[in-house]
Design a protein around this ligand. Sequence first.
Ligand code: FAD
Length: 379
Amino acid sequence: MQRFDTIVIGAGVIGAAAAWRLAGRGRTLLLEQHAFLHEAGSSHGGSRIFRHAYEDREHVRLAVAADALWGELEAATGERLLHRCGGLDLGTAGHGELDGIEAALRAEGRPVERLDGAAVRARFPAFGVGDDVEALYQPDAAIVPATRAVATLLRAAAAEGAVLRDREPVRAIDAAADGVEVTTPAGRYGAERLVVAAGPWLAGVLPELALPLRVEQQQVLYLRVGADARAFAPGRMPLFIDRHGGIYGFPLFERPDAVKVSAHEGAPTIRLEDRSDRIDPERAAATVAAARRLLPGLDGELVGGQTCLYTKTPDERFVLDRHPEHPRVVLAGGGSGHAFKFGPVLGEIAAELATHDGPAERATDHPIGGFAVARLGTP
Ligand SMILES: Cc1cc2nc3c(=O)[nH]c(=O)nc-3n(C[C@H](O)[C@H](O)[C@H](O)COP(=O)(O)OP(=O)(O)OC[C@H]3O[C@@H](n4cnc5c(N)ncnc54)[C@H](O)[C@@H]3O)c2cc1C
């Protein structure tokens, strides 16, 4: 049996990042059930939002740490992974829904501007918002090319000596007081510690915990811009989250002729075996209508789409903790539709939990108090 210091299950953004942070600390094996960079989980696609804009200071701090680690990865690999284009949070004027985000950003010393509807229209002509809208603008929000970022994390892990194996599903985990063994169709591997970063499969990989995770099938749409594409170019158009219309989206980035738009809420809960690549036309029509209202210069023709899975915890906070029964096993997941931006720091925390003994909060300097397994009320 081959032995390692740490085994990581899952090559999504969290597992890939954990392998990168672990590789320099000891013999590391990463096992992925599908082909690397597959499209059946949560971390594939051409873009994700990176922003510091959260209502609680802990998430702002985590985003600051992730920002630095994405930069470290860029420097180590020569890849550009944070494409700064600015970010706009749009809300209803006078409703105070952006106040918490603004306060948290200011408290952490992050740059942010408050704009009224007229200022949004004047500065970012793609947005046809009314005077009933107000916005927060964060200049340092960025687009992360998702699949490329995972590939870069894996490449960096391999460069540091991690052993990466794909098409090798972990079928069984045996955790004992002195080590962990996992079984795949190719054989058995032993390690001191195990990180389970199995995304939507997390609850199934650790059934004894009965984790209350809900998997949603999301869809993203590529909508053709109008004849004059200038207003949709990065630099003129920031990425955006529109609380008013319930959609979020990006400037021109992945495609030359279309912007990517999606709805964060309202996706169906699915069983993993029912996952499909099919775009639901009814939900797509609602997203297209909301995008046309917000972005009047959009042609709006649907030129492509992709599905992707959210793994939601009841409070939409992540799970980053040791297994309550087996302290050598670390859980890292429950991305709840917003974990990509934090990928490198979640991987780093998982690596710290796997390489330090003692209580979880003392293993890392990052704020993880809200991510404990115990809050989920598992057996
Ligand atoms: C449409 C969409 C848009 C999003 N937009 C954003 C955004 O703008 N900003 C943001 O920050 N976040 C965003 N997210 C969320 C973010 O992408 C996810 O939270 C993140 O990718 C989760 O990563 P993960 O590593 O936990 O899971 P995954 O990427 O699913 O990785 C888990 C991996 O584990 C493997 N695995 C599972 N079981 C086993 C096993 N038994 N053996 C071996 N391997 C196994 C799987 O095959 C998979 O590759 C979005 C998500 C979606 C779906």
